[in-house]
Design a protein around this ligand. Structure first.
Ligand code: SF4
Length: 438
């Protein structure tokens, strides 16, 4: 059974009398367990929906649709499947105590992998789940592989009961399911022969494996489980060399690079990041693969359309890892607009200095670096990735609270252009700033 959260005005569901709180029990005789059942079983034109209204009345809605007119129903969020592993490198295990509860949820849910691109390990899969993936053709899935040799994977996931991932992937692949895979690389555990073996195994799955991203392990000062070595420049370089070897083979055989290193790997190796063309369709950008190249490409493509902003003084806040890459971008923006950009580097006080990503900066970090600014800047841009959908930073400070204590306007920005396009300049400074959707 699944429950209706909202009904869209003037929708088919509203016309039928479906109300928020209605329990949807079955469609065409098939019981409903979650949003996937609803999504796939209501794809038919003719539907018989068994439901229980909020008052308790049981009712069957018989629907004949022409085409597939949307029902207009938003469901209550699903119960998220929790992770049964205890990876030493788990980001959530590396969170300090006292943050909002939702941050501590360790999901490992193939349904979210299909619907939102969340990575799942498939450790908690039952036979019924496999059958659903095959029946509904949930593809592509995003899979945290980490290692294909079984014993090594048990160690990496810190879970002796993990199923054999190669067997799981083989079954799914034989049913036409494809995967984007990731491997978090832990020095001495899966960076040498295990990495080579894993890439070979994934390669042998053929077209089923669409891409593989290699991400260096990242730990915070709170990663209490982690006993491994830290990733250094030499390690990162060795991994990139292995990637180069594999991508050469993949380009020759598949005309696709297939395996990618995350941006962090290049930064650790102190190598130049590849250009945007390297990443094709940026299939693993959410995994930090090609994010910098994509930003550079967006700025390059959009900078000529920016308004003149001569004399404006704009602060740009970022984390320590992006800091060395910013001057080149800010110079480009400055030449195009005439504005003066000042880079403001913030260290992460919540996770410690080893956490360098701009998107993990907290309200307190931004407050610290912006508190003394005022006379020297007209406004500041902060990384939009720091904020969640409720406009809260990781430390629960709200964006509006931050704005109230900083004396200059602050604007969350994904790529500079999204804010700068909305700036209009008058003789006495900037007169209007409208956030433009990126
Ligand atoms: S699979 Fe590992 S890293 Fe992912 S949530 Fe579970 S314990 Fe954390």
């Amino acid at each position: 059974m699944i429950r209706v959260l909202r009904v869209a005005p003037d929708s088919l569901a509203e016309q039928l009398g479906i109300l928020p709180g209605t329990e949807l029990c079955a469609v065409n005789g098939r019981e409903l367990d979650d949003f996937l059942d609803w999504e796939f079983l209501t794809a038919d034109e003719d539907l018989s929906i068994e439901a229980r209204l909020p008052g308790g009345d049981e009712i069957i809605f018989d629907i004949e649709r022409t085409g597939v007119e949307p029902m207009g129903i938003e469901l209550e969020p699903p119960h998220i499947r929790r992770c049964a592993n205890r990876c030493e490198f788990c980001f959530i295990e590396g969170l300090p105590k006292g943050l909002r509860r939702s941050l501590y949820v360790r999901d490992d849910d193939y349904r979210l992998s299909f619907a939102y691109g969340n990575f799942a390990t498939l450790s908690n899969m039952k036979g019924r789940d496999v059958a659903r993936i095959l029946e509904y053709r949930l593809s592509p899935l995003y899979i945290s592989v980490h290692a294909t040799p079984w014993e090594q994977r048990k160690l990496l996931l810190n879970n002796p009961r993990v199923p054999n991932i190669l067997e799981q992937l083989t079954v799914l692949a034989s049913g036409g399911i494809q995967f984007h895979c990731q491997m978090v690389i832990v020095p001495e555990l899966n960076d040498g022969d295990v990495l080579e073996q894993s890439l070979s195994d994934l390669w042998r799955l053929g077209d089923a494996v669409l891409s593989v991203a290699l991400v260096p392990v990242g730990v915070t000062q709170f990663s209490h489980l982690y006993t491994g070595a830290s990733m250094d420049s030499a390690n990162a370089n060795r991994i990139l060399e292995r990637i180069e070897h594999w991508e050469e083979r993949a380009l020759a055989d598949r005309e696709d690079r297939w395996v990618y290193g995350s941006d962090e790997l290049y930064l650790l190796a102190q190598r130049d990041l590849p250009i945007a063309e390297h990443y094709g369709d940026f299939v693993q950008i959410e995994n930090g693969v090609g994010a910098v190249a994509a930003l550079r490409a967006r700025v390059h493509a959009g900078v000529s359309e920016l308004p003149r902003l001569d004399g404006l003084r704009i602060g740009v806040v970022t984390g320590t890892s992006m800091a060395p890459l910013m001057p080149e971008l800010l110079e480009k923006l400055s030449v195009a607009t005439g504005a003066y950009f000042q880079l403001i580097i913030a260290e992460n006080s919540l996770f410690g200095p080893t956490t360098t990503t701009a998107g993990l900066l907290t309200g307190a970090d931004l407050r610290r670096v912006l508190a003394a600014r005022g006379a020297d800047l007209d406004f500041a841009l902060i990384p939009a990735e720091c904020l969640n959908d409720d406009n809260l930073f990781l430390d629960d400070e709200s964006f509006s609270d931050l704005c109230s204590v900083i004396s200059i306007p602050i604007f969350p920005s994904y790529d500079f252009l999204d804010v700068l396009r909305g700036v209009s300049l008058q003789a006495n400074g900037f007169s209007s700033l409208v956030k433009v959707a990126s």
